[in-house]
Design a protein around this ligand. Structure first.
Ligand code: PMP
Ligand code: GLN
Length: 379
């Protein structure tokens, strides 16, 4: 018999709910992905690069043209230079970057602080490497980090703190004050930060994305992960990247080369060209803010309580005035009976805390959002 390495890990909620939505012919606002196509121009660039014969292995860390433009973009937006030769690696989505970063530094017995509700891929990656997740909860209706609690939770075994802003599933943001707290806590320690910034360009209401890159005492100890899937409406391409100081990136690449070696060549060439157009990613916050507002305005008169989304393409809705059912059961019922699928937020807590909150993805065409809202209003 096989001894499971993840005995208590179920199938990812995203797979479960998307399958149920499809079986039930429900509007799928569960798994986060755009319901519309990416830019034709980007498709043409991939097509052209394939036709030009860019179809063999890319260099292990990614093509230099793409690493260079990422370096340039990072410097322009966040004010720090990363060396494309030694400090940037192109990955198969953020998922692989996160897994690789964790694998490259976490050893048996290391503690890793995470904040719940926590994105589902971090914990299995920590456990597969023998690490111990230390679960802290985001506090209050707007899901903020309690830095005093973080400070108290640090032990000599703390190896890593994982942060995620804009935050999935809550849509909350880390502020400048948050990052300054973190800076103070880790200063002088050997703690590594893993910063999941896949929604860096989806920030609303004139707020700015606070990348760890902007904070020298954080940048020097951080793996920063991003994803082209979110930024260019291409989640199915599984393209992302990791940036980190050379010492960390050297270890990252030792692992990366034996997980995938290198990732999709023609798409890397296409992205390197496409990233020259800054408006393609700098307009994204505005684009999704309109979607958020469109969706939220239509459900204002429903019995759901709206929890403000500050970024990402997710909206949390509290259904405690509608049902006493737990969120897993309620989201199944909504999918099967009302034909609208969402994600129950309790699955992002190790002890399944049920706050009667569901996550809805609003990265959809307005007619789909309209139909979804009308179903929600009817509850
Ligand atoms: N981190 C977060 C917070 C995410 O929401 C996602 C995907 N939605 C990922 C990582 C994984 O990104 P990718 O699809 O590029 O692997
Ligand atoms: N990150 C996406 C979400 O939160 C899903 C990614 C996945 O399916 N693994 O819905």
């Amino acid at each position: 018999m096989i001894k499971s390495k993840l005995p208590n890990t179920p199938t990812s909620i995203f797979a479960v709910m998307s399958q149920l939505a499809s079986e039930q012919n429900a509007i799928n606002l569960s798994q986060g992905f755009p319901g519309f196509n990416c830019d034709r121009e980007l498709i043409s660039l991939v097509d052209r690069n394939m036709a030009m014969g860019k179809n063999q292995y890319a260099p292990m860390p990614g093509i230099i043209e793409l690493r260079e433009i990422i370096s340039q973009k990072t410097q322009e937006l966040y004010g720090k230079y990363y060396n494309p030769d030694t400090e940037i690696t192109i990955t198969s989505g953020a998922t692989q970057a996160l897994y690789t970063a964790i694998t490259s530094v976490i050893n048996e017995g290391d503690e890793v602080i995470v904040f719940e509700p926590v994105y589902d891929s971090y914990i299995p990656a920590i456990k597969l490497n023998g690490g111990t997740p230390i679960y802290l909860q985001l506090k209050g209706d707007n899901y903020k980090i309690d830095w005093k609690e973080v400070e108290k939770s640090i032990t000599p075994r703390t190896k890593m703190i994982v942060i995620n802003s804009p935050h999935n599933p809550t849509g909350s943001l880390l502020s400048e004050a948050d990052l300054k707290h973190l800076e103070k806590i880790v200063k002088g320690s050997n703690i590594i930060i893993l910063s999941d910034e896949v929604y860096e360009h989806i920030v609303f209401d004139n707020e700015t994305h606070e990348s760890v890159v902007k904070y020298p005492a954080l940048a020097e100890r951080s793996f920063v992960v991003s994803s082209f899937g979110k930024t260019f409406h291409t989640t199915g391409w599984k393209m992302g990247y990791c940036i980190a100081p050379q010492e960390l990136m050297t270890e990252f690449r030792k692992v990366h080369q034996f997980i995938v070696y290198a990732v999709n060549t023609p798409i890397q060439y296409a992205l390197a060209e496409y990233l020259q157009h800054k408006d393609k990613y700098l307009q994204l916050g505005k684009f999704y803010q309109e979607k958020r507002d469109f969706f939220v305005n239509q459900i204002r008169d429903s019995r759901f309580k709206i929890i403000k989304s500050e970024g990402t393409y997710f909206q949390l809705l509290d259904y405690s005035d509608i049902s006493d059912m737990n969120d897993v059961k309620f989201s199944r019922k909504l999918t099967i009976e009302n034909k609208i699928a969402s994600i129950p937020v309790s699955v992002f807590y190790h002890d399944a805390i049920d706050k009667k909150v569901l996550r809805f993805c609003f990265a959809k065409d307005n007619d789909v959002l309209e139909q979804a809202a009308s179903k929600l209003r009817a509850l």
